[in-house]
Design a protein. Structure first.
Length: 132
């Protein structure tokens, strides 16, 4: 399992959190950012780009927004629940933790380091060497 992938996810979560602070529509912008982030640039999300990771199809091609949606939709379910004050926030937080653990275990047990979202979208995260 790659620590770079975990840090890239955390960078993207911070970006989404900052976007969600925009009055009125920030939550929606942050939500769609998390769904579509891997299709934004050639290498994937800003977090992945920062950590020299590239999301591609299993054939090495750049992924589309639809593939990004498919690989990240599992993380969207708890966010939708957070619309409900208090109880939704609690359920959303607990469900998010469960999903993160399941995805980390899937990534750790897959020979190619794919999580469930990668399998559903037919994608793979490639690590580029950070040494020259």
């Amino acid at each position: 399992m790659s620590m770079r992938r975990i840090f890239a996810f955390l960078v993207d979560a911070v970006v989404a959190s900052l976007l969600s602070l925009v009055p009125f529509i920030g939550w929606l912008i942050g939500f769609f950012y998390m769904l579509l982030r891997d299709g934004l640039t050639e290498s994937g999300s800003p977090g992945k780009k920062l950590l020299n990771l590239h999301v591609t199809t299993k054939y090495g091609e750049q992924i589309t927004y639809m593939e990004s949606f498919r690989r990240n939709v599992i993380f969207a379910f708890p966010v939708i629940l957070s619309i409900i004050p208090l109880i939704g926030w609690i359920i959303s937080g607990l469900l998010s933790i469960v999903i993160y653990v399941i995805e980390l275990l899937a990534m750790a047990n897959d020979p190619r380091g794919r999580r469930n979202g990668d399998r559903w979208a037919g994608t793979i995260v490639r690590e580029e060497s950070i040494y020259y």
